[in-house]
Design a binder for this molecule. Structure first.
Ligand code: ATP
Length: 323
C-alpha cells in the first residue's frame, strides 16, 4: 500500500491505463481542490475513492469526464482526452450534479439520451442492468431519491462504456436499495468494465472495491486494498455502552475514545494495549455501568480517521464540499 502523496511507480503507461491523472492541479479562487493529483487506474479495476468532505473526489471525477479542466497536469481515459472519451461513450458517468428533466418519463429520457450515443447499449440490457423496469413509465420529477439514482445509473450505461464513474451512487438509498444497487453494479463490473466510485460509506468501499484510494486535500494519501489500508492502524478497537468517551480515554492502554458517529451512545476506543484497558475497565468504578463490550481489529474507519487526521471538516482553506 502507498500512504504517501508521491506518484506511485508507473506500472502502466497512460495509454494502457483506463484512467490516468498526472500532476493535476486545480484551484477555485483560494481553494486548492486538486494539488498535484497522481492516479493510475488499470482496465477492469473496481476502485473506491474515499476522502473527507472537500478532499477533491468530485473535482477529480469531473476532470475525468472533461467537466472541469486542469490548471496544470494531464488527464487521459484509455489514452484519449476526457471530452473525447465522454463524447464517444468510452466513459459513462453518474455524477452528483446530473439533473433529470422532471416532466419526462424515464422511458422517453432514456430513449432520447440513448439516441445520442455513438455505440449505444441495447435498451433492454440497460433496463436489466440498472433494474429500472418498474420505473419506465414514471415521470422523472416523481421519483424518490433512491429511484432517481437508479435512473442515473441507467443513463451512465447508455453508451455501453468501458469506464464507469459513480459519484456517491447510493446517496438517498435505504439499506435494501443500496444492497440491490451493489448487486446490479457487480453484474456490470463482471463484464470487464472499469468502475470508480466515490463514497462516504466505508463499508461499501471495503465490500465492493478491490482497491481503495484515500484522497485528502487534493492528493492521494493512501492506496491499497481495504485490509492493507486498515493495517495502518495497529492495536485493537473496544466498543461499549454505558460510559462517557472521556472516562474511557483515561484508561490505561487507550489511545483515544470517541462517541460512535452513527450511534452516539456507543463509545469506540482505539487501544494500544486492549488487555490493560479491559482489566482497568472491569476492576474500576466503570465496571458496574458498562455493557455490550466488544473487542475487534481496527477497520477502514480507524485507518481513514488516522490517515486524514486534521481539521478538514472545519478548515477554512478546505471548507468542505460545495454542495
Ligand atoms: N465549482 C467550484 N467552485 C468553487 N469551489 C469549488 C468548486 N468545485 C469544488 N470546489 C471546492 O474544491 C474543494 C474540493 O471539492 P470536491 O467537491 O471536489 O470535494 P469532495 O471530496 O467531492 O467533497 P464531498 O465529499 O463533500 O463531495 C472544496 O473545497 C470545494 O468547495
Amino acid at each position: 500500500m502507498t500512504t504517501t502523496s508521491a506518484p506511485a511507480p508507473a506500472t502502466t503507461t497512460s495509454l494502457d491505463a483506463a484512467i490516468s491523472l498526472r500532476g493535476v492541479h486545480k484551484r477555485y479562487g483560494a481553494v486548492r481542490a486538486l494539488d498535484g493529483l497522481d492516479l493510475e487506474i488499470r482496465p477492469g479495476e473496481i476502485v473506491a475513492l474515499l476522502g473527507p468532505n472537500g478532499a477533491g473526489k468530485s473535482t477529480a471525477m469531473e476532470m475525468m469526464v472533461g467537466l472541469a479542466t486542469p490548471d496544470a497536469g494531464q488527464v487521459r481515459i484509455r489514452g484519449a482526452d476526457p471530452a473525447t472519451a465522454t463524447r464517444t461513450g468510452l466513459i459513462g458517468t453518474m455524477l452528483q450534479a446530473g439533473a433529470l428533466l422532471p416532466d419526462q418519463t424515464v422511458r422517453s429520457m432514456l430513449r432520447m439520451l440513448r439516441s445520442l450515443q455513438a455505440h449505444p447499449m441495447p435498451l433492454e440490457e440497460v433496463i436489466a442492468q440498472a433494474d429500472v423496469e418498474d420505473l419506465m413509465r414514471r415521470k422523472l420529477g416523481a421519483l424518490s431519491g433512491g429511484q432517481a439514482q437508479r435512473v442515473r445509473f441507467a443513463i451512465a450505461l447508455l453508451g455501453d462504456p468501458q469506464v464507469l464513474l459513480l459519484d456517491e451512487p447510493t446517496v438517498g438509498m435505504d439499506i435494501a436499495a443500496r444492497r440491490a444497487f451493489w448487486s446490479q453494479m457487480r453484474g456490470v463490473a463482471a463484464t470487464g468494465r472499469t468502475v470508480v466510485f466515490a463514497t462516504h460509506h466505508l463499508e461499501e468501499a471495503e465490500h465492493e472495491a478491490a482497491r481503495v484510494i484515500v484522497m485528502d486535500r487534493g492528493r492521494v494519501v493512501a492506496d491499497g486494498t481495504g485490509p492493507e489500508i486498515s493495517a495502518v492502524v495497529a492495536g485493537r478497537v473496544i466498543t461499549l455502552r454505558g460510559a462517557a468517551p472521556a472516562h474511557i480515554a483515561a484508561l490505561p492502554g487507550v489511545e483515544s475514545a470517541e462517541a460512535d458517529e452513527t450511534d452516539p451512545r456507543r463509545v469506540r476506543a482505539l487501544c494500544a494495549d486492549s488487555d490493560a484497558a479491559l482489566a482497568a475497565l472491569f476492576t474500576g468504578p466503570l465496571a458496574a455501568d458498562v455493557h455490550e463490550v466488544l473487542v475487534s481489529a481496527p477497520g477502514l474507519e480507524e485507518a481513514f480517521l488516522r490517515i486524514t487526521d486534521h481539521d478538514a471538516y472545519h478548515d477554512t482553506d478546505h471548507e468542505g464540499g460545495r454542495r
